[in-house]
Write a protein that binds this ligand. Sequence first.
Ligand code: SDX
Length: 426
Amino acid sequence: MSEKMATLKAGDVEIEFPIIEGTEGHPVIDVRALGSKGYFTFDPGFMATGSCESSITFIDGAKGILLHRGFSIEDLARDSDYIEVCHMLLHGEKPTEEEYQEFKHTITRHTMVHEQLNMFFHGFRNDAHPMAMLCGTVGALSSFYHSDLDVSDPEQRKRSAHRLIAKMPTLVAMCYKYNVGQPFVYPRNDLSYAANFLNMMFSVPAEDYKITPAVERAMDRIFILHADHEQNASTSTVRLAGSSGANPYACIAAGVASLWGPAHGGANEACLKMLEEIGSVDRIPEFIARAKDKNDPFRLMGFGHRVYKNHDPRATVMRESCHEVLAELNVDNPLLDVAMELERIALSDPYFAEKKLFPNVDFYSGIVLSAIGIPTNMFTCIFALARTVGWISHWHEMMSQPGQKIGRPRQLYTGHSKREYTPLKK
Ligand code: SDX
């Protein structure tokens, strides 16, 4: 029984609720008994609602802290790789060297997709947005694994997780190849996860793609920085879809759909389009003014965050990576100058400080992806590729928890009370 209690006084009703402490972060008030007392909580946008118990990722928005299984994102981005981070997120612990090699071998050998899946692409217009194709093909994956979809079986859940982590790069690269009219490139087991993805994206039958170590490292780091982020909109979508017992491929397709929005994962594509629209440093004040204008719906894409009100630790790492990649590739991207000047002006403007609007992970990722040669309309697919491990780890955690229930929020009803119906005169 919780020692601490919260008391709610509503009219002449006084209700006590247990306060539950986690290992880090805000304690929660357990309001599950509230419904039986005749009340619901009301929290559109879930600004102050804990939807679940999780041990995967911790975020401290005020201090700009992001931990995966207790390890800081700065340490992981500097010294780990995406495959190791995937093992931590999915299986809960840093792998031993032997576990790492076994996990890497497993993922590598699930990277191919069923040959019939190729035909799904030929139903799309060739100018279809890659995220439209990704939504469709990820959901379609479930049609190839009917005998392995028992979500109550931990082994089948883990196999689905391994398949999704392994096949997302293949599907994302296929979306790109279909858009540019080049043949699909098969995965290669002799390449790292990041190098394999780059090879499937950029190699062509006429010549092999030359993997640059700096680009491979930057790609892997982008995957790490986007791997998981607590109960963000797309992860919450995956959890809610999974709570009905839907198969993991359908749940991940739902996550892809939610991530697509410009307020969420679509921000990196929108941010680069905004930098291109600004075009030059001297036009920045015009856009800053628009962002501050209450009557203008324009927002600075890549700025602001629901949780981080100090700085997004991922943006700090991404900024370093951005400079490294551009220097290594000797890319002189004028958009970086615009981005740096926009960041400087925004951070010195009282409005942004007051609203606690700082560059988020999407602000610099678009510039790095652009420098690597990835087209803007592919940015959110890359985010979805990287976030798949987070989504499926949360799904697996939820399905492993005893007493898991279907998610079914209630509402504040403000429509008509019961009224008489008179049929139309027929
Ligand atoms: C991601 O949740 C996650 O963890 C997401 C993510 C992940 O890894 O999963 O971190 C990834 O989605 C990062 C966020 C990417 N989105 C963008 O960069 C789009 C631009 N940012 C915003 O749309 C906005 O900041 C949100 C959606 C990110 C956060 O919105 P909130 O928390 O709901 O804040 P809000 O919309 O209520 O804004 C608070 C105030 C408002 O002004 P007032 O009404 O109080 O006067 O700040 C203003 C907003 O107008 N504001 C901005 C702004 N973001 C908020 N003003 C200008 N430019 C912006 N970008």
